[in-house]
Design a protein around this ligand. Structure first.
Ligand SMILES: [Zn+2]
Length: 304
């Protein structure tokens, strides 16, 4: 079995010192590919150089079968406050320059919670949402022009994201990262050809709705991800907990995960195996069948 972490912020400062050791560990666990989205123009260079520095460049016993790190360029909805059209032009130029190295436009999206709390940044929710939509629209258009898939962030925003995806009908589709939501919401994305990123949310027993959704969806629509160093796993990550416990609400759970400090390595790409195990525990297929299909799904989106 081979694995791909379809979403990991490996360039985060939380990983800098331990990176070579961490990548060796990943390889020992057969996590052979890591996809690294960027978040703002501030980290474009870092993400691109990380991929260049480590891919195919490990020394020691692992050097013959090196882990592959794949960069993506995009501007995340959390980091738009001080950005304007000149930053979108910067993104456009960076994408054209690195077109043969990047495999997606991401991380992009719309975050409903950020819009609701816009007063903290002296903005109305409407203005904030409009600003987010402007960035999302531009980046979807860029993906279309460059024939690239997208990696989409959502939070309290399925209804806002869907009209854009329907309008653009991207040839290369993409991933709805860290999916949480209902079967109907999932189905809407799948009908457009998108895959859903399965992450730490399913390790929380309170995420009943998402767990039930992921049980019922076609395996062809799922990929694995950690979103490390954010989104830590539930402290008691066992299949039994996921299946039996029922406390709190799904939204409390997601907010709790999302508010974890991003600068301490609360999560790591090696947790991908635990997420895989939990997913396997709620699916009827065999481990091999699941692992093979998930890798095939990654190929379909990113490496055709
Ligand atoms: Zn992310």
């Amino acid at each position: 079995m081979q694995f791909t972490d379809s979403h990991c912020h490996l360039d985060d400062i939380a990983f800098s010192e331990q990176l070579p050791a961490l990548l060796s560990q990943c390889q020992q666990l057969a996590i052979n590919r890591i996809i690294v989205p960027s978040i703002s123009p501030d980290n474009f260079t870092q993400v691109l150089s990380l991929a260049k520095r480590y891919s195919g460049n490990l020394t020691g016993p692992l050097k013959d079968n090196p882990i592959k790190i794949y960069p993506c360029l995009g501007i995340h909805p959390w980091f738009l406050q001080k950005l304007n059209d000149s930053h979108l032009e910067q993104l456009n130029d960076a994408v054209i320059k690195a077109r043969d190295k990047i495999i997606a436009i991401g991380e992009i999206g719309i975050d409903g919670a950020i819009a609701k709390n816009a007063a903290a940044h002296g903005q109305t929710p409407e203005d904030n949402l409009h600003h987010q939509q402007h960035f999302f629209d531009y980046q979807l258009n860029l993906a279309k022009q460059q024939d690239l898939p997208v990696i989409v962030h959502h939070r309290q925003s399925h209804d806002k994201i869907m009209p854009f995806l329907k309008r653009y009908q991207l040839e290369r589709k993409g991933i709805i990262h860290g999916f949480s939501g209902s079967y109907q919401q999932a189905k809407g994305y799948i009908d457009l050809g998108f895959k859903l990123g399965v992450g730490s949310t399913i390790t929380y027993s309170r995420a009943k709705k998402t767990i039930n959704t992921l049980k019922r969806l076609p395996l062809e629509s799922l990929v694995l991800e950690t979103d490390a160093p954010s989104m830590p796993l539930s402290r008691e990550v066992t299949a039994k907990d996921v299946l039996t416990s029922n406390q709190g609400t799904e939204q409390e759970n997601i907010d709790e995960i999302a508010s974890s400090p991003a600068n301490s390595p609360a999560n790591s790409p090696i947790n991908l195996i635990k997420i895989f195990e939990v997913l396997s525990s709620i699916r009827p297929e065999s481990l091999e069948e699941i692992a093979n299909q998930l890798e095939h799904n990654i190929e379909q989106i990113f490496f055709i």
